[in-house]
Design a protein around this ligand. Structure first.
Ligand code: FAD
Ligand code: NAP
Ligand code: SF4
Length: 675
C-alpha cells in the first residue's frame, strides 16, 4: 500500500523525517505563533481545537506560541508561563487533541529578556531595548543559574504534559540572544566578554535540558543565522554556536532571522519568497542534525524546491497555517490551487498580537475562532444574490454556497477581485493575486453562479425571486472639494495604478493613508530597481558582522514625489503596527518628501498650492494624484430601502470608514455562517 505521506509531486516535502527515537510524518513544521488564546478565558479548549485542526490537516510537527519559563521572562505581565505542575496539567488538553489527530507538537520556551513589557524584565546587562519602555535589571550570577534551572523545569513540565518536544527560543533578540550578542552583553564574568563566555548560556540551557528530559524528546533550538543588527554575530561565530548546540543535545536547528528591533523587513509581503533559505543552506553544511528553513515560505512548490536543492531538511511555515489549516493535505492531494495562501500582510495576526488582541487571519477569519465560527449546513436553503465580487462579495458567496445555499454573484467588471485588483499591482504586493486565485477556485467548487461584466440594476434584484440580497458593491474614491480638482493634471489612484494616465516626473499625492503610501511606492519604484537585499542592506553571506551592509537605497530615474496629509504628525501613523515603519522607510529610501499639516488651497497650471504649517508653498508638479479616502458605493440603496427583500450590506458598501480587506472578509464570513 502506498504510504499516506508519500507523494510524486512533493517527494522531499512529504518524506518522513526519522529522528532516531521518533519519526515525523513529513518535513513540514508549523512555526511558533503567539495567538492571544494562551491568556484568554477558555483559551486551552480553543487552542486544543486550533492545533487539532492543523494536525488533522497533516502538519508534521507544530510549535506552540512562546511560553515563559518564569515570571521575569513573560512577554507581558499576563502572558503565558509554565513553571508549575498545575499549569502543565492544562496543556494536556492541547497535546491530547493533537495526538488524537496523529500530529506532534513541541512547546516553545521563550524568555523575553529585555523585550519584556513589564518592570521586572531582566537581561545579561541593564541595557534598554529601543522597542521597550522598560530598562531591564542585570541578572546576577545566581539569577542566571536560576534562569537556566527554570528552562530545565519548563522543558520537564512540557514533557509531563505530553508534548513531543520543546523549542528553545535562541533568536529574535530575546534573552538567550541577548547573552550571545556584544550589543546587549557587557558582562565581565564567565557569562560575558569573550564569545565563548557569551554563548555559555544557550549551550548550558540546551545541555541541561537534554540531561533532564532524556534522549527520547525533541529539542529544537532556534538559532539566529542572520542578526540584521549592528554588533550582531559573525558567520564563523554562528557556525560555532550551531555546532556547540548540536553537541549539547539539540535534535533540530531552526532558523532565526533578525532581531525584533532590526530595521530590515524579514517576513512581510515585500520580502521575496524564501529569500533567507540560502542562509540555512550554508549552515546545513556545518551540522549533522537536521536544519529547518523559515521566513516567507508559503507554497508547497517553494518548500519542495528548498529541500530538493539541499538548503534544509525541513521547512517551517507559520502564518500559512493560519491562512489554511489544510495546506499539507491539499498539497498531498494535488489540490494546490485550493490553498488559501498567506499574503504576509500581518494585519490580523502579528498586528493583533502587538495590540493585545486575539490573532486571526485576514484571508481566514476562522483562524483561532475554530470553536466559534462554525460552517454548518444551512437548515433552510435559500436563493441568494450577491452584488459585487470584491473581497467581501467573494468571501460571502463562497462561504454561503459551501453551506448549501444557491448563490448568484454579479460583478460589473470583467474580473473578480474589486480593489484587490489594484492592490496586487503595487510593488511587493503581488501575493494579493493568490487570494483571488483561491476565490476563483472556490467559486467553481462551491457552484456559485458568476456573472461578470454585469452591473446590477435594482429592477433585476426586485424581480429576480431572491430570498436574500447581499450588497457588496464596495467603495468609490472621495473627491475633495478643492478649487482645481477637475484640472487635467489631477488623477485618481485607480487610473494611476491601472496606468490609464501617464504620470510625469514630479507628482504630489493627496492623502497619506494606506492607498496614498501604496501609490507612492508604485510611482517611486523603477521597473529595473535595486533588489530587495540591496535596498535593505542585507548581506546574505554574513561576511559582515550582523549580516548588514550600507543600504543602497534607490537612485536612478527617481521621480520627485510629495506625499501629503492635512493632519499634523508622522505620516502613516495609522498603518499596521508591524508594517508602518517599513512603508515609511521604503519611501525614505526613494527620497519621497512627506509633508504633514498641509492645507490645500488650489490646483492650477503651476501645480498644487499649499499652506504647510501655516507657510505658503507651491509644488510645481506635473500631476496631483488623489488618494483622499473612500465613500460607500450605495447607488442601490434607495431603490432597495423600501423593498420587502431581506437586504444586507457588507464591506465597503456597508461603511467606508476604517475599511480594509480584513474587515470586509470577516464581516462577510460572519454573515454567511448566520444566514
Ligand atoms: P471592493 O473591493 O470595492 O469591491 C466591490 C465590487 O463591487 C467591485 O468589484 C465593483 O466592480 C462591484 N460593483 C459595484 N457596484 C456594482 C453593481 N451595481 N453591480 C455589480 N458589481 C458592482 N486592504 C487591506 O486590508 N490590506 C491592504 O494591504 C490593502 N491594500 C490596498 C491597496 C490598494 C491600492 C487599494 C486600492 C486597496 C487596498 N486595500 C487593502 C483595501 C481593500 O482592497 C478594500 O478594503 C477591499 O477591497 C474592500 O472590499 P469590498 O468587497 O467591500 O469592495
Ligand atoms: P484612509 O486610510 O482613510 O486615508 C485617506 C487619506 O486621505 C488620509 O491621509 C486623509 O488624511 C486624507 N483625506 C481624507 N479626507 C480628505 C479630504 N476631504 N481631502 C483631502 N484629503 C483627505 O484611506 P485610503 O488610503 O483610501 O485606504 C482605504 C483603506 O484601505 C484603508 O482603511 C486602509 O486600511 C486600506 N489599505 C490598507 C493598506 C495596508 O497596507 N494595510 C494599504 C492600502 C489600503 P488627512 O485627513 O490628514 O489629510
Ligand atoms: Fe498571513 Fe495576513 Fe493571514 Fe497573517 S493575516 S496569516 S500575514 S494572510
Amino acid at each position: 500500500m502506498k504510504n499516506e505521506e508519500s507523494s510524486d509531486r512533493y517527494p522531499y516535502l512529504l518524506k518522513p523525517l526519522d529522528l532516531g527515537f521518533t519519526t515525523l510524518r513529513n518535513r513540514v513544521l508549523m512555526g511558533s505563533m503567539h495567538t492571544g488564546l494562551e491568556e484568554a478565558w477558555g483559551g486551552y479548549e480553543k487552542m486544543a481545537a486550533y492545533y487539532a485542526e492543523r494536525a488533522r490537516g497533516g502538519v508534521g510537527l507544530m510549535v506552540t506560541g512562546g511560553v515563559s519559563p518564569n515570571f521575569a521572562g513573560r512577554v507581558s505581565p499576563f502572558s503565558a508561563q509554565l513553571s508549575y505542575f498545575w499549569q502543565a496539567w492544562k496543556h494536556r488538553k492541547i497535546t491530547e487533541a493533537v495526538h488524537r489527530e496523529g500530529g506532534k507538537i513541541a512547546l516553545q520556551i521563550l524568555h523575553s529578556g529585555r523585550y519584556a513589557f513589564h518592570p521586572l524584565a531582566v537581561a545579561p546587562s541593564a541595557i534598554q531595548s529601543p522597542i521597550s519602555p522598560f530598562r531591564p535589571k542585570e541578572l546576577t550570577q545566581r539569577g542566571i543559574e536560576r534562569t537556566i534551572q527554570d528552562f530545565v523545569n519548563c522543558a520537564h513540565l512540557a514533557q509531563s504534559a505530553h508534548y513531543d518536544g520543546v523549542e528553545i527560543m535562541g533568536s529574535e533578540g530575546y534573552l538567550i540572544h541577548e547573552f550571545i550578542a556584544q550589543r546587549t552583553n557587557y558582562r565581565k564574568d564567565r557569562w560575558g566578554g569573550s564569545y565563548q563566555n557569551r554563548i555559555r548560556f544557550p549551550v548550558e540551557v540546551v545541555r541541561r535540558v537534554r540531561e533532564k528530559v532524556g534522549s527520547h524528546f525533541i529539542i529544537i533550538y532556534r538559532l539566529s543565522m542572520l542578526d540584521l543588527v549592528k554588533e550582531g554575530s559573525e558567520w564563523e561565530e554562528i557556525v560555532e554556536l550551531g555546532q556547540k548546540i548540536q553537541e549539547a543535545g539539540a535534535t533540530l536547528i531552526n532558523t532565526g532571522i533578525g532581531w525584533h528591533e532590526s530595521r530590515v523587513p524579514t517576513i512581510v509581503t515585500r520580502v521575496p519568497r524564501g529569500v533567507f533559505a540560502l542562509v540555512t543552506g550554508r549552515m546545513r553544511k556545518h551540522l549533522t542534525i537536521p536544519v529547518i528553513a523559515t521566513n516567507r515560505i508559503n507554497t508547497p512548490g517553494l518548500a519542495e524546491a528548498i529541500l530538493a536543492r539541499g538548503d534544509a531538511d525541513m521547512i517551517s511555515m507559520a502564518r500559512p497555517f493560519l491562512a489554511d489549516p489544510d495546506f499539507v493535505k491539499k498539497a498531498r492531494e494535488g489540490r494546490e490551487d485550493e490553498i488559501n495562501s498567506c499574503i504576509a500582510c500581518n494585519q490580523a495576526c502579528l498586528d493583533h498580537v502587538f495590540q493585545g488582541k486575539r490573532a486571526s487571519c485576514l484571508v481566514n477569519p476562522r483562524a483561532c475562532y475554530e470553536t466559534e465560527l462554525i460552517f454548518k449546513p444551512a437548515l433552510k436553503l435559500k436563493k441568494i444574490a450577491v452584488i459585487g465580487a470584491g473581497p467581501a462579495g467573494l468571501s460571502f458567496a463562497c462561504a454561503a454556497a459551501s453551506r448549501g445555499h444557491q448563490v448568484t454573484l454579479f460583478e460589473a467588471n470583467s474580473e473578480i477581485g474589486g480593489q484587490f485588483n489594484l492592490a496586487k499591482k503595487i510593488p511587493g504586493k503581488s501575493e494579493f493575486s493568490e487570494t483571488l486565485r483561491y476565490y476563483q477556485r472556490q467559486l467553481v467548487l462551491n457552484q456559485v453562479t458568476l456573472h461578470l461584466n454585469h452591473r446590477v440594476l435594482s429592477q433585476e434584484i426586485l424581480e429576480g425571486g431572491f430570498d436574500e440580497v447581499v450588497l457588496a458593491t464596495g467603495v468609490i474614491p472621495r473627491v475633495p472639494s478643492i478649487p482645481g480638482i477637475d484640472h487635467p493634471k489631477v488623477a485618481f489612484y485607480g487610473d494611476v495604478i491601472q496606468k490609464k494616465v501617464k504620470i510625469g516626473q514630479s507628482v504630489a499625492i493627496m492623502g497619506a493613508g494606506g492607498i496614498g503610501f501604496d501609490v507612492a511606492e508604485f510611482l517611486s519604484t523603477p521597473q529595473e530597481g535595486v533588489s530587495f537585499v540591496e535596498e535593505w542592506g542585507i548581506d546574505l553571506k554574513s561576511d559582515r558582522r550582523g549580516g548588514l551592509f550600507e543600504s543602497q537605497g534607490k537612485s536612478q530615474d527617481l521621480r520627485q514625489i510629495y506625499l501629503l496629509q492635512r493632519t499634523q504628525g508622522k505620516l502613516g501613523s495609522k498603518l499596521g503596527k508591524t508594517t508602518g515603519w517599513i512603508h515609511r522607510a521604503s519611501l525614505q529610501h526613494k527620497k519621497v518628501e512627506m509633508l504633514d499639516g498641509v492645507h490645500y488651497e488650489k490646483i492650477d497650471d503651476q501645480g498644487i498650492h499649499l499652506e504647510v504649517h501655516g507657510k505658503k508653498r507651491l509644488l510645481a508638479v506635473d500631476h496631483v494624484v488623489i488618494c483622499a479616502g473612500q465613500q460607500p458605493q450605495r447607488d442601490l440603496f434607495e431603490p432597495l430601502k423600501h423593498s420587502l427583500i431581506s437586504t444586507h450590506w457588507i464591506g465597503g458598501a456597508d461603511s467606508a470608514a476604517e475599511l480594509d480587506a480584513k474587515r470586509a472578509i470577516d464581516q462577510a464570513t460572519r454573515l454567511a455562517v448566520s444566514i
